[in-house]
Design a protein around this ligand. Structure first.
Ligand SMILES: [Zn+2]
Length: 261
């Protein structure tokens, strides 16, 4: 079986040129990594067990791929050496990133981007009404993740639907969270991640104006680009076959996007 990557296939099928859109890289979206047994305990499908994450990292390795933070992925793409890289993102900044995800990522030579909410440090995911309640990293925890070489990005201040926010609140979510993370880690975050994946042209323009270099969405449709990177949700159910199907679906979408006007 060919181990050809999305980028290689898309480049050959749709070479860059006037009117061509550059295919988006493959970026995976995770949230929490924790033990659980009953899917009913996880109604939003945001949890994978450490065992499932390890199987998924093994699958990447078996296909000659390596997971990296979006910042690292972008730098590698700019240098033309990203063909074997896949973006790994973890939304919300759960405390279990330190205990469960980080040791596995390090064991497989991977890095990731953790999108945190500096207005909710040390509390829990109160925005998910059905639960389960999951602890978020404290300020010290975020610093520990950064010191371990992982990328810290902003997920806004308190997890709001930004498309519904008035301009002043939107600016505070984007700029205020960026400044707080700068104070917290000593580094200005490059990346933003839209809560719930919701983005429109106004939110996208405000994100760019706030100084971010890129932003992650989920399925941004025609807004797809540097400030609305599409991502593939990875769940507990995703073993090798389902991951392969998701990889092919991403590749097909990029091929379509590259040839459509
Ligand atoms: Zn979120």
């Amino acid at each position: 079986m060919s181990a050809e990557t999305d980028t290689e296939a898309a480049r050959r099928a749709a070479p860059a040129g006037p009117g061509r859109r550059r295919p988006a890289p493959w970026v995976l979206m995770y949230h929490s990594v924790a033990e659980f047994t009953d899917p009913a305990e996880d109604p939003y499908g945001i949890t994978v067990t450490p065992q499932a994450l390890e199987t998924q990292l093994q699958w990447l390795r078996a296909r000659g791929l390596r997971g990296v933070s979006v910042g690292e992925l972008r730098r590698a793409r700019a240098a033309g050496r990203a063909d074997r890289l896949v973006g790994l993102t973890f939304d919300d900044g759960y405390a279990d990133f330190l205990t469960h995800a980080l040791p596995l990522l390090q064991g497989y030579g991977c890095s990731a981007t953790l999108f945190v909410l500096p207005g909710r440090l040390g509390v829990d995911n109160v925005w998910d009404p059905l639960g389960p309640r999951k602890a978020l990293l404290t300020a010290e925890g975020v610093r520990e993740v950064a010191a371990a070489g992982q990328e810290i990005g902003s997920h806004g201040l308190v997890h709001q639907h930004l498309t519904a926010c008035p301009d002043d609140v939107l600016a505070q979510e984007l700029r205020g969270s960026r400044e707080l993370l700068h104070e917290l880690t000593g580094t200005l975050p490059e990346g933003f991640c839209y809560p719930y994946g919701t983005v429109d042209r106004r939110v996208l323009a405000a994100t760019r104006a706030a100084g971010y270099s890129y932003a992650c969405a989920i399925a941004p449709g025609r807004l797809a680009g540097t400030y609305a990177l599409p991502r593939t949700h990875v769940s507990q159910a995703d073993g090798p076959l389902r991951l392969r199907a998701k990889q092919l679906r991403h590749r097909a979408r990029q091929l379509r996007a590259a040839v459509l006007p």
